[in-house]
Design a protein around this ligand. Structure first.
Ligand code: SF4
Length: 704
């Protein structure tokens, strides 16, 4: 008789609860998983990726022992090698010669320990993560407006609103369970309007009342005009603006200047005035409005401004902190939020404090009793890999991510890793494009074996549970970090015996000398027992002392986390992407996901069912462009940018508009060297968030 354990899906930021059956014998196959009916994210539903999880557990390609320079070695020996090299490099070149590059796939407890070792004990803030590619712009947008990285809404708001504006998101494929919840709500409440703003006609448009196929990158102008128009339409919430915000006048003046007329806004965005006015009229009529945004907004050289253009509209109309209303960023990864909570970005410190917060680094130093506290921001992902190529960062420890496929300009990533004196990769897979670059490989536990917490897009902390035994010598990431820390001489600060001890310390830091001043406070958990941690029921932070039920919705009292408690409007000037089409590079490349694959397919690639939907890389081309270039459907196409070339199969489709093409990001060099799409993307980033502009690259196409 198998026993059933509750855990959380390791894929997207919806964070669905999963029931995993654990067979009595390791010889038995893992039965199919089911959705957890008690989990408030999914109430028992799972998408095809989630329901195929059992097929991905018993992989033939597990990394089972530590490997140093190609030889299997003991953990003792591997950890000694790493500890000695980090100590030598830090002694000879200073702490910033070391870096962690982490992942939204690792658990909050792993993140906490890595962050503590680097920022408090080695003395470098070079701790960045693939979450930089996912939601860094949303973080900065929230911080500029609210004084904190706080997601105001929850999933129920998506069902309770009367107008849902989905911007830069193909949720039908990327966040399927949220999409299903939204579709069901619309069925129950047919008056609910859904507007999709996206240059592509995606599967999400199936439930849309209106699709605005804007020119790539022009999203900010839509919201600039909405702000301007809200004044003319008389839908401002003047009471909210005067009591709870600053900076409205300047933001409005900028909106008036940037998008003075309907004609100018529609022209900039490339859509009809009639469609624009339809959106504006629904916006004017509908107090219960949510704007749902994701990578199409964030992965942009002006991603932060786009986020604030959205937030400005909600602040101006008081549509925030209320049921069915608010600006709602949806994270791509299962624990992008948890990483943010512990300081897993190079510009953060811990517990939602950053280096710019007066007194914050001293507070964290006191709490950790840290001997070498970092005091300044470290390097963000793209800058970090550039610093490796320049020889400034000499040792990098990459954990649970595949930057050789996922970062922009992957040829640069190769040069960067080749230049490092030591590349350590922790992964559960033996063969990825990044493990091939490693000097040291640490075998890591994977989903169903590792134990800890994750936080989903609605601030809900859930347990991922270690229900199956670790294969071979695979160990938890937090354990490996602690072993290296001990080799560096930091025994007592890294003597954790379990993830429970780490979580309780993280909770205590969140409430340490806090006095209600920070948004992220889970002080209620600072005294919890191991049994309580093991039984943790999904809960939305903040969970301060005396409020064990957590917090469903933020800012209901109109108070924000700025020094004066008021939210801030940010004046926004909509701009085009850095690289737009030219006669030499006549197409704009947009990138994204397919329905059934996840990131670089290291897990989903193992489930036969998941390759059925899309089994090969492709590029979507409009029929007019295909005809002009003599490209047949399914023919091989060379797609070139100033940074590299890929060979992809043509998918001739009206989903993209003329002059634009779309290619999914999942395929790796292991499939074919010509299939890696990220190599075409320039290392252009948002200057505030450091998030790469992965949605807009200049390319040219040629029939092969
Ligand atoms: Fe997993 Fe996301 Fe699918 Fe839920 S919607 S089952 S979290 S991939």
């Amino acid at each position: 008789m198998a026993t059933i354990g509750k855990t959380t899906c390791p894929y997207c930021g919806v964070g669905c609860g999963v029931n995993l059956s654990v067979p009595d014998s390791s010889m038995e196959a893992i039965p199919p998983v089911s959705g957890d009916v008690d989990h408030p994210a999914n109430f028992g539903r799972l998408c095809v990726k989630g329901s195929s999880l059992a097929q991905t557990i018993q992989s033939d390609d597990r990394l089972l022992t530590p490997i140093v320079k190609g030889e299997s070695v003991s953990w003792e020996s591997a950890v000694d090698t790493v500890g000695e090299k980090i100590a030598q490099v830090v002694k000879d070149h200073g702490p910033d010669a070391f870096a962690f590059y982490l992942s939204g796939q690792i658990l909050t407890e792993d993140y906490y320990v890595a962050n503590k070792l680097a920022k408090g004990f080695i003395g470098t803030a070079n701790v960045d993560t693939n979450s930089r590619l996912c939601m860094a712009s949303a973080v900065v947008g929230y911080k500029r407006a609210f004084g904190s990285d706080t997601v105001p809404c929850n999933y129920e708001d998506l069902e309770l609103c009367d107008l849902l504006i989905m911007v830069g998101s193909n949720a039908a494929w990327t966040h399927p369970i949220l999409y299903q919840r939204i579709a069901e709500a619309k069925k129950q409440r047919p008056h609910m309007k859904i507007v999709v703003i996206d240059p592509r006609e995606t599967a999400t448009c199936d439930i849309a009342d209106l699709h605005l196929a804007i020119k790539p990158g022009t999203d900010a102008a839509v919201f600039s005009f909405l702000l301007h128009h809200s004044v003319q339409a008389g839908v401002l919430d003047n009471g909210f603006i005067s009591r709870h915000t600053n900076g409205f006048k300047a933001a409005l003046e900028q909106a008036n200047e940037s998008t003075p007329t309907l004609f100018s806004a529609a022209n900039f965005c490339g859509i009809s005035e009639q469609d624009f006015m339809q959106l504006a009229s629904w916006w004017n009529e509908t107090p219960k409005a949510v704007t749902f945004y994701s990578q199409g907004i964030n992965q942009s050289s002006s991603g932060v401004d786009k986020c604030n253009a959205i937030i400005n509209c909600h602040l101006a109309t008081g549509r925030i902190g209320k049921e069915g209303a608010g600006p709602f960023s949806i994270t791509g990864q299962p624990n992008a939020m948890g990483g943010r909570e512990v300081g897993g970005l190079a510009n953060q410190l811990a517990a939602h404090m950053d280096f710019a917060t007066p007194g914050a680094h001293q507070l964290v130093q006191t709490f950790w009793q840290a001997p070498n506290m970092a005091t300044e921001n470290g390097l963000k992902a793209v800058d970090l890999f550039q610093a490796m190529e320049e020889g400034k960062v000499k040792v990098v420890w990459i954990m649970s991510t595949n930057p050789m496929v996922s970062l922009p300009d992957t040829d640069q990533v190769r040069r960067a890793l080749e230049k490092c004196e030591l590349v350590i990769v922790s992964d559960c897979k033996a063969h990825t494009d990044t493990t091939e670059m490693a000097d040291v490989l640490f075998p890591a536990t994977g989903w169903s074996e590792k134990d800890g917490t994750v936080t989903n897009s609605e601030r809900r902390i859930s347990r991922q549970r270690g229900l199956l035994p670790a294969p071979g010598d695979a160990k938890h990431d937090w354990w490996a970090i602690c072993e290296v820390a001990k080799r560096l001489g930091y025994q007592s600060a890294f003597s954790y015996k379990s993830v429970h001890e780490i979580f309780v310390e993280h909770a205590a830091l969140s409430t340490f000398e806090n006095n209600g001043k920070r948004d992220f406070d889970i002080g209620h958990f600072s005294q919890m027992t191991k049994e309580e941690y093991d039984a943790l029921i999904p809960v939305q932070w903040p969970v301060p002392k005396g409020q064990p039920e957590g917090t469903a919705r933020m800012f209901e009292n109109g108070r924000f986390f700025t020094p004066d408690g008021r939210a801030k409007f940010i004046p926004i000037t909509p701009v085009l992407p850095v690289h737009t089409s030219t006669p030499e590079w006549p197409f704009t490349l947009n990138t994204g996901r397919v329905r059934d694959q996840w990131h670089t397919m290291t897990r989903t690639g193992d489930a036969a069912l998941l390759t059925k939907h899309t089994d090969q890389p492709y590029v979507e081309i409009h029929p007019k462009d295909a005809k002009h270039l003599k490209i047949e459907d399914k023919a091989l196409v060379s797609i070139t940018s100033p940074y590299g070339e890929a060979l992809l199969k043509a998918k001739v489709s009206r989903a993209v508009s003329p002059g634009n093409v779309f290619a999914p990001i999942h395929w790796t060099r292991q499939f074919s060297n010509a299939a890696v799409v990220s190599k075409l993307i320039p290392q252009v980033v948002d200057p505030l968030s450091g998030q790469p502009e992965s949605k807009h690259a200049q390319v040219k196409l040629e029939a092969v």
